[in-house]
Design a protein around this ligand. Sequence first.
Ligand code: SF4
Length: 311
Amino acid sequence: MCPCGAARAEGRVRSPPRRMDPALPRAVLDGLRGGPLREVIPSTLGEPLLWPGMDALVDLCAERGLSLNLTTNGTFPGRGARAWAERLVPVLSDAKISWNGATAATAEAIMPGLDHAAAVEGVRAFAAVRDAHEHACGRRATLSFQVTAQEGNVAEIPAIVRLAARLGVDRVKLNHLQVRFAALAPLSLRRDAGAIARWNAAVRAARAEARGAGGRPVVLQNAVELSPDPAAPAPAGPCPFLDREAWLLWDGRLAPCPHPEAWRGALVDLGSVADRTLLEAWASPAYRALVAGYEAHPVCRACPFRRPGGA
Ligand code: SF4
C-alpha cells in the first residue's frame, strides 16, 4: 500500500513527443478510491500546463478531494498566470515554479526564451489569486520557487530568496544540478572545494534572507552546507521516494522513483497498469524487496536523490 499516497502522472516528455492519454490518470485513480492517496503530482519532463489532460485532472482532483502539487516553468502557457491560478488554486497544495535567477540576465541565460519581467508579473498575479482564495475560503495553496543551483546562479541565491519574500512566495527549494551528462559537470557546485565554498557561502546568506528581516519569512528547503572536502561527502540519507510515491509513466508503466535507471527497469519491474493495479504493484514481493534492501543496490548507493538538494 501507499502509506503517503502521492502519485505522479507524467504529462509530457521531450522529443519524440510522448503524451500520457488523459484517460489513464482517471483509470488509475478509480482504482485508488477510498485508499490513502492524497496528492497527485503531474510532472516532470516538460511543462505540465501544456498537457491536454490538465483540465480533466484538475476536475478529477476536485471530484475526489485530492490535492494537486504542480511544478511549472512559470510561463503559464495559453491562458496566462491569472487564469491558470483561478483554475488551479482551488485544488492546489503547492505550485513550484522553476526559478533560475534574481536578475533577468541570469534567469534568461539559464532558461533561453524566458521573459524574466513577465515571469515576475506572472508570480505576482498568481499570488494575488491565491491570496484572494485564502481570504474567501481559509485554505492556502503555497507558492514555491524551485531553484536548480549551479555555477551560473549561485551568487544570486540570496537575492532569489529576497525576491520570493517580496512576491508572496512561501518557500524556496534549492536543488543541486544533477550531472546527467559530461557537459554539465563544470556547472556543478559539488565538483570541487572552490565550488563547494561558493555554495556554502550562498547557503549562509540565503538563510539570513529567509528569516525575513524587514519582510515575511520564507521557508528555505535543502539549504544545507556541504562538507568542504568533495572526497569526503556526508553519508547518504534515506530514499525520499520508496514507499511514499508511486510513479506512473506516460505509457502506463510503473516506476519506483524518478531515477533514470529506475525508468529503464534497473531496480525492479513493476509492470504496467494495463496488467495490474497500482496497489498490486505496490504490494508485490519485488517492490517490497526493493524497499527493504535498496541501500545495497548499486544505483541506490550512488543515488543523488539521497543527498541534500537531490530531490
Ligand atoms: S535510485 Fe534513488 S530515488 Fe530511486 S529507489 Fe534508489 S535511492 Fe530511491
